[in-house]
Design a protein around this ligand. Structure first.
Ligand code: HEC
Ligand code: HEC
Length: 266
């Protein structure tokens, strides 16, 4: 009986330990990574324990930027490959980090890599202009989020001529969609892995429909930001042209009348 209880106890303990890895993963990693479902914001982590040493993984997960700044070639390469999108640091103990790594390893073993990007099943394939305009209103708070969460622009800014936004607490989101795709943006809105943003929405989840609208809006901002830059460049060239023309006109007006009499007198 005693041994039986000990075994049950050990089983429960080991399950609790396994769950810790899974819990931490679901809380801090799942918004940006999949295990076998393809690239999201960051790389697919399937079989990562076969590609990188445990020591490297622990260091990267705790503070990828520290490793990158130290010049570690593998860390620098993966950072460049992902458009220099910084992965947030994790305030984990060694035991917690190992539990997360163990969870990734265990899940990898039961999963087949599909090799494609998670974005391939594009959640915006049926999005319309209505989703975009509704997303714009939600972003600025002109339309309230169903569960009462703060408007995005209380922290974020976007460069979009149509909407007014001035949030400066967090990153400008103009090019986020371009960098992480629809699946990445949606995953971050659904389960933000950044403490400040997590706190803002943990009791006020953004609904599925709102996630779709906001993602559609951020895609449209990102897509038109390139054009806006091009347009303002054309505009600058036009203004430059007009200014040059006026300067030449002024010179002609100043100098032409003076030359006329001198020509006559000659
Ligand atoms: C906000 C998005 C984000 C979150 C959250 C995130 N990561 Fe990452 N992760 C990235 C990106 C982007 C990269 C690519 C490298 C880079 O840009 O720094 C990356 C790279 C990695 C790598 C290196 C993969 C390789 O091929 O070498 C590992 C390992 C990793 N992440 C594990 C984790 C774990 C574990 C967590 C949770 C504790 C986590 N990440 C949370 C975005 C994220
Ligand atoms: C309380 C402040 C706050 C609010 C409100 C907030 N965020 Fe964030 N968000 C953050 C922080 C902090 C980050 C991490 C990046 C940084 O440090 O700026 C972030 C990151 C992001 C990112 C990743 C950006 C990138 O390019 O790396 C996206 C996308 C995003 N937020 C979308 C939204 C959307 C959509 C809303 C509205 C539903 C929203 N956020 C509301 C604070 C906030």
């Amino acid at each position: 009986m005693k041994t039986f209880l000990t075994i049950v106890g050990l089983l429960i303990l080991s399950m609790a330990h396994a769950d810790e890895g899974q819990d931490l993963y679901n809380k801090s990693c799942v918004a940006c990574h999949t295990i076998g479902k393809g690239r999201l914001v960051g790389p697919d982590l399937i079989n990562i324990t076969q590609q990188r040493s445990q020591e490297w993984l622990v260091a990267f997960i705790k503070s990828s930027q520290t490793l990158i700044k130290s010049g570690d070639p593998e860390a620098v390469a993966i950072f460049e490959e992902y458009n220099r999108m910084p992965m947030p640091d994790n305030d984990f103990t060694d035991a917690q980090t190992l539990a997360v790594i163990e969870y990734i390893k265990r899940t990898s073993a039961g999963t087949e890599a599909n090799g494609q990007t998670a974005d391939a099943q594009d959640l915006l394939s049926e999005a319309t202009d209505e989703n975009v305009s509704s997303g714009a209103l939600l972003f600025t708070g002109e339309k309230r989020l169903t569960n009462g969460g703060s408007a995005c622009n209380s922290c974020h800014n976007v460069q979009d001529a149509q909407t007014f936004s001035n949030g400066t607490l967090a990153k400008d989101l103009t090019t986020s969609w371009e960098i992480m795709g629809s699946a990445g943006v949606a995953a971050i809105i659904e389960g933000p892995p950044f403490p400040l943003m997590t706190v803002a929405y943990q009791n006020h989840p953004v609904t599925e429909q709102e996630v779709l609208d906001l993602t559609a809006y951020l895609r449209s901002v990102s897509e038109s930001s390139g054009n806006q830059a091009a347009e303002s460049y054309d505009m600058a060239m036009a203004i430059f042209g007009i200014a040059a023309f006026l300067i030449i006109m002024v010179f002609i007006m100043i100098f032409y009348p003076q030359r006329k009499p001198s020509r006559v007198s000659a």
